[in-house]
Design a protein around this ligand. Sequence first.
Ligand code: FES
Length: 367
Amino acid sequence: MMSLLEKNRPLRWLGKQLFNREDPAAFFDPLLAQVDPMLVRQYVPAKVIEITDETADTRTFILKPAARWAGFSAGQHVNTCIEIDGTRYNRTFSLSCSPAQWKLHGTVSLTIKRLPGGKVTNWMHDNLQPGAVLGLGEAFGEFQLPANPEPLLYIAGGSGITPILSQLETLASEDWRAPVTLLYFVRTQADVIAAERLYAIQKRWPAFNLQVLATEEGETPQYLNDQHLEQVPGVNARRCYLCGPKGLMDLATDLLHKRGIADERIHCTFFAAATAALATDDLGGVVQFARSDLSVSSEGDAALLDIAEAAKLSPQYGCRMGICHQCSCRKTSGTVVNRVTGKVSGPGEESIQLCVSIPQGPVTLDL
Ligand code: FES
């Protein structure tokens, strides 16, 4: 006769399969997603509730994240997880609203420009509709406001306005008692992102001076130069915030340095990966993925994240720009070069960011 213990064996086996897992969410989420995508646990689900056009190629997506999302500071970024044809893509975007919007209404805004050839941004523009659900990570980033009022200068280019919008709305709502100037460079007036919001801030907040500079309108193209800075009252004593294309940021940093403004008072954030000038001759090497028992050769300036993905591994990542640290991984030996800073690592064990680390000779990873 079968004992009770033996009778229950299949049930115990099933229980073990279901619950004795390192990551139960990975098992249950696909099931929960079928019932209601807002129930998944692996990431914070966020429902699209409204979409508005900002310019011909830029839209604002207003999302309602699940209440467990931890919130953000003005100027921070967030990783998103979007499923396209059964494949999940992670992308980093700036939050373009003030934290007050999240606190008061439980919603956040992402203002996203189509990138030429960009799989995810174009898909979002063409397919994302109210009611769709995407995943949000925790907010991150050091592009943050000072604790106490002081004069500020913002220099933005194109869609680099998005984290700045978040900060301006925050400052306006707090009635920041110090002058704030924004020099906003766009190709034409039609390319001003969130024009209504910017002009509304200017109207209700007297300390704010908005200057939109259309580089391709008028007889001569107008790029940032020292004259623009000279016209900002007390410019040399201002704390400066820059966001835009690398060329504009480099130029702005250079002009600010020439005025004696120290790096500690210049805050930059990128919306595309910055790169250092690297000599590619001695880059590349054999990469040993120790846990996967896999070894592959690489050449040139391919980053370890790309090398791992080409080898069909799936390391975690977020921004792919060296900002979020989601791709951090233990290097057990070998030397890598950081593509953003140009710095060369030591040869020993340390944590590195796969998305910006290029092997310089043989490298072994705990992956
Ligand atoms: S993916 Fe964000 S730092 Fe590497």
